[in-house]
Design a protein around this ligand. Structure first.
Ligand SMILES: NC(=O)c1ccc[n+]([C@@H]2O[C@H](COP(=O)([O-])OP(=O)(O)OC[C@H]3O[C@@H](n4cnc5c(N)ncnc54)[C@H](O)[C@@H]3O)[C@@H](O)[C@H]2O)c1
Length: 238
């Protein structure tokens, strides 16, 4: 197994993608007063198979106790730690248009350990506006909020044609993690992480699955009886 920079065993990307779901489920179990949980119950709460859950947690060095399960608070702490959520992360949002306004007003970041510390836009109609307690600043002020060495996540909510330029300025200011909502591929240095949120692609994937389900259902439908005239076949698609 690979060792990452902090000397801990590397965790597969697919497992990392499920960790936030485990974290949320554990938080709910803790709130409900549960102290231990079986792998089956936790797997069911998240909607994955229990073998996959056990394998995922083994990557964190967590194997639970036979007959008892996992310690809810302990596992929550461990996952939060691996996700870097034990200390709050700073977040700046660039592009305070339709999407940027919605993101800036979203209360869920704070409860997951993310602190929105700056809102930026270059539109004169937006700069100076107060959104959820923060004044929108021009991009030129980026350096007053983002400091090299202080982990900050940059959220890009600008039109696609401006995304690369804004991304370059975020990176130059010291941002090493970018969440990109613009439908474009960004070029970044090797030490910068980019995650893309492409809502249209997600809809296309859903449409693909819905279409496949419809085709399968049609194939399962018995063929019409050819001896009955078409006009008499009530409700049949012809
Ligand atoms: N609105 C949505 O539901 C939605 C959903 C998915 C993805 N997106 C994507 O998110 C991005 C933003 O969408 P939107 O609907 O909020 O657009 P918008 O036009 O409402 O807002 C874009 C904002 O970016 C600012 N901006 C433009 N260039 C800039 C620059 N160089 N520096 C700083 N600010 C700049 C503009 O002044 C504006 O306020 C787009 O790339 C869009 O494709 C939007």
């Amino acid at each position: 197994m690979d060792e990452d920079e902090v000397g801990t065993v590397d965790v597969p990307e697919a497992t990392v993608a499920r960790l936030p779901q485990y974290l949320r489920a554990l938080a709910e179990l803790a709130e409900a007063g549960l102290r231990t949980v079986s792998s089956e119950a936790l797997a069911e709460a998240v909607g994955v198979g229990s073998a996959k859950l056990r394998k995922d947690l083994s990557h964190l060095g967590s194997y639970g106790t036979r007959g008892v399960g996992y310690d809810v608070n302990g596992l929550h702490r461990q996952i939060a730690d691996r996700l870097g959520q034990t200390t709050p992360w700073n977040v700046v949002i660039v592009g305070i248009g339709n999407l940027g306004h919605a993101l800036a007003g979203y209360g869920g970041f704070a409860t997951r350990g993310f602190r929105v510390v700056g809102l930026f836009d270059d539109g004169p109609h937006v700069v100076g506006e107060l959104v959820n307690g923060l004044r929108v600043r021009p991009l030129a002020d980026l350096g007053t909020v983002v400091r090299p060495g202080e982990p900050t996540i940059g959220v890009l909510a600008v039109p696609a044609e401006h995304a690369q330029g804004v991304c370059d300025r975020l990176v130059a200011a010291g941002v090493t993690s970018v969440l990109n909502f613009a439908p474009t591929v960004l070029r970044v240095p090797a030490d910068v992480d980019v995650r893309k949120v492409d809502l249209a692609s997600e809809l296309q994937i859903l449409a693909f699955h819905a279409q496949r389900r419809a085709v399968r259902a049609a194939l399962r439908t018995p063929l019409p009886n050819p001896s009955v005239p078409v006009s008499d076949r009530v409700g049949e698609v012809v």
